[in-house]
Design a protein around this ligand. Structure first.
Ligand SMILES: [Zn+2]
Length: 176
């Protein structure tokens, strides 16, 4: 971007970290936390990636409530089409007051809330969380029928692993 200053980056290596990388802005600097065992090449790859992610977050990107609703509509058509109206939520929105869960669904009023904590995660993880909540409109509990619906999403297993990894790394077990 023209005129954009390249931020000063401080890389901190941590022996406690195994795979996770995180970054935050600290005044003029951007601090990137990486696992101690990363090579120089991995370090530079991840610094680039985290700078792009921060820039996207700060620019608010396309991850608005409208974006969420659009995604929900597409996912419903792909995986829950035969349920018709039953899988249509009244509202889907980002919330910041949901620290214990990635997403939640109230089948009674057909509303879905998604935690801002996943806002910077990859698309396929956001889609998993959304499909999970959409499936709750049809099956409220986590029973076999529910998991069969969620399992239609090809990356369901992978996304669950991703979210478990993030929760474990941050030390705060999160559920759905
Ligand atoms: Zn659930």
């Amino acid at each position: 971007m023209a005129g954009a200053r390249h931020p000063v980056v401080e890389v901190r290596r941590s022996q406690r970290r195994r795979r996770t990388v995180s970054a935050y802005r600290d005044g003029e600097r951007v601090v990137v936390l990486i696992p101690d065992q990363f090579s120089r090449a991995e370090e530079s790859e991840w610094v680039d990636r985290m700078l792009a992610r921060l820039a996207a977050r700060e620019g608010r990107f396309a991850r608005s409530d409208d974006d969420l609703f659009g995604r929900a509509t597409r996912l419903r058509g792909l995986y829950l089409a035969e349920y018709g109206d039953r899988a249509i939520p009244v509202s889907v929105r980002w919330v910041t007051n949901q620290n214990g869960r990635w997403g939640s669904c109230t089948p009674a009023d057909r509303t879905i809330r998604i935690s801002h904590r996943i806002q910077d995660m990859p698309d396929w993880v956001i889609d998993y969380v959304l499909l999970h909540e959409l499936a709750h409109l049809i099956v409220p509990s986590h029973n076999a029928r529910f998991w069969a619906l969620v399992g239609r999403y090809p990356k369901a297993e992978r996304a669950r692993g991703y979210l478990e990894g993030v929760a474990a790394a941050s030390g705060s077990p999160l559920g759905d």
